[in-house]
Design a protein around this ligand. Structure first.
Ligand SMILES: Cc1cc2nc3c(=O)[nH]c(=O)nc-3n(C[C@H](O)[C@H](O)[C@H](O)COP(=O)(O)O)c2cc1C
Length: 480
């Protein structure tokens, strides 16, 4: 089966996957698997033409995936030690966690447990032989090494660890361990004297340098009568938990506990009941920031002008039309820790909105008297009581970008400005990409950090990462 390199996907797809996986607290690979499974389970046509019938006794020629609900997969290598019986429980524990298991038994392991038992518990074919013509016609050992998310060796015998440290590949287990590019988790199990032997110490140290991860061994009574010490294999539940941690590392949530307010989109300033003044803002940048902040663990309130976008999942969205409504909802959402004003708020509105649709008259065009709208960024930046600790404004300019943005930072009293060139040639207004400069205050001066052209999703992720770094590091240099 072909493998998929996430690194090589389109930037937009990668960003979508990153956001979706962060939201669902899964690794990106797991998320891809879930998406594919949803797709396959949702389709109506049969999955594939029926495969040619194999004799009942003949197992599939190459490793096959089973378990439609599995979210990750493990190749479990069972070594030849007394603790091999505990690996049968490990199969069950892994499967409980929706981890698909394919077992490989060493020759010695088959003295302790049978391939039939491992196969019955894993619901998969079990592999034992490097020179098996059924699975090696297309290098099955390489598939076992790579068509999984993690390799677990339990029990990891002194012999298997010595082979790994020495780079041997003279049986199926050691060949898989040498050919893999997946993480390897070892659960050593052996007599305490074997564990403390200088050769085993050297091998363990070498394996740890090679990046192999160990769980256990634990101290306690050994199977051999009267023997105790360090060498007992970790319990199945401990090994399953260690595997789970490696397969599903906790997603960092640097904005957990923070309340973030974001404005997005244009505002519509009514002329009469059917006409309005607007601008070309799509709201995409603000919505992307809301999704990124939510994925980073923040409680997010999004105040949005009229846009043609779906509400981001997990975000409280307040829909408004005009600048005055936007200010009202922004004020009602305080207090917040961080406020990001990405909306393109109309500077002016019509002084007196017509109660009825304005009609053409012989007297010509009706005069449209404009008055200034409230300045939401300046109003919130200058609050005495509920001013958010970090206020970030956006400066959308068509000329003298950095000069205008620097002046805006000083004039409005906010802490940071994200400046972007929105002249028509850039395609930023309504488009999916953005080129921004982040203006912050450093040692009393304005510091400009210019970012390369990115998708709006990437700009959002970068801005959230910047905020998270600032919160984690030295106190923010703000106006307040
Ligand atoms: C009854 C019995 C129990 C054994 N238990 C262990 C053990 O717990 N750990 C270990 O490293 N070796 C143990 N051995 C030795 C291994 O089975 C032996 O080194 C074998 O070659 C390991 O093969 P493998 O690493 O390919 O599985 C045991 C041997 C016997 C006969």
């Amino acid at each position: 089966m072909a493998s998929l390199t996430i690194r090589k996907l389109d930037e937009g797809v990668k960003t979508y996957l990153r956001l979706r996986s962060a939201k669902n607290r899964r690794s990106v690979e797991e998320e891809v698997r879930v998406i594919l499974r949803e797709l396959i389970e949702g389709r109506e046509e049969p999955l594939a033409a029926p495969a040619p019938q194999q004799p009942a006794s003949s197992p599939p020629a190459t490793p096959q995936r089973a378990g439609a609900l599995a979210e990750a997969s493990v190749t479990l290598i069972i070594g030849g030690g007394i603790a091999a019986y505990k690996s049968l429980d490990l199969i069950r524990r892994l499967k409980e966690r929706r981890i698909e298991v394919r077992c490989v038994l060493t020759k010695a392991a088959q003295h302790f447990v049978t391939p039939l038992t491992a196969s019955a518990l894993s619901h998969e074919r079990v592999y034992t032989d490097l020179f098996d013509p059924q699975s090696e016609f297309d290098a099955g050992h390489i598939r076992l090494a790579r068509d999984c998310d993690l390799i677990v060796v339990a029990p990891a015998t002194a012999d298997l660890m010595a082979k790994m440290a020495g780079g041997h590949a003279d049986d199926l287990a050691s060949a898989i361990l040498l050919a893999t590019n997946r993480k390897i988790l070892l659960a050593p199990a052996m007599n305490p004297l074997m564990w403390s032997n200088a050769a085993t110490r050297r091998n363990v140290a070498q394996l740890q340098r090679d990046g192999v991860i160990l769980v256990g061994p634990n101290a306690g009574e050994m199977a051999e009568a009267g023997e105790a010490g360090t060498g007992r294999m970790a319990e199945a539940i401990e090994i399953a938990a260690a595997a789970d941690r490696l397969l599903r590392p906790p997603v960092p949530r640097p904005l957990a506990g923070k309340r973030v307010l974001i404005t997005a989109g244009p505002t519509h300033e009514p002329i009469d009941p059917v006409r309005y003044i607007a601008n070309r803002s799509s709201g995409k940048q603000g919505f992307a920031i809301a999704a990124a902040a939510q994925a980073a663990g923040a409680e997010v309130v999004l105040v949005s002008g009229p846009v043609d976008l779906d509400d981001p999942a997990g975000v409280a969205v307040k829909h408004v039309e005009s600048a005055r409504q936007m200010l009202e909802q922004v004020e009602a959402s305080l207090p917040v820790d961080i406020a990001i004003f990405a909306a393109a708020v109309a500077d002016w509105r019509v002084a007196s909105e017509g109660a009825q649709k304005l009609k053409k008259t012989a007297a010509g065009m009706p005069p449209l008297q404009l008055v200034e709208n409230p300045d939401i960024l300046a109003t919130i930046s200058k609050l005495k009581d509920k001013r958010p600790p970090l206020v970030i404004g956006f400066a959308a300019e068509t000329e003298h970008l950095l000069d205008n943005a620097s002046a805006k930072l000083t004039r409005k009293g906010c802490d940071w400005i994200v400046a972007n060139d929105v002249s028509p040639a850039t395609g930023v207004m309504g488009g999916d990409r953005n080129t921004v400069h982040l203006l912050t205050r450093k040692d009393g001066a304005i510091d400009v950090d210019s970012w390369p052209v990115m998708t709006k999703d990437q700009v959002a992720i970068e801005l959230v990462a910047h905020i998270a770094r600032s919160l984690a590091g030295k106190p923010l240099e703000t106006t307040s």
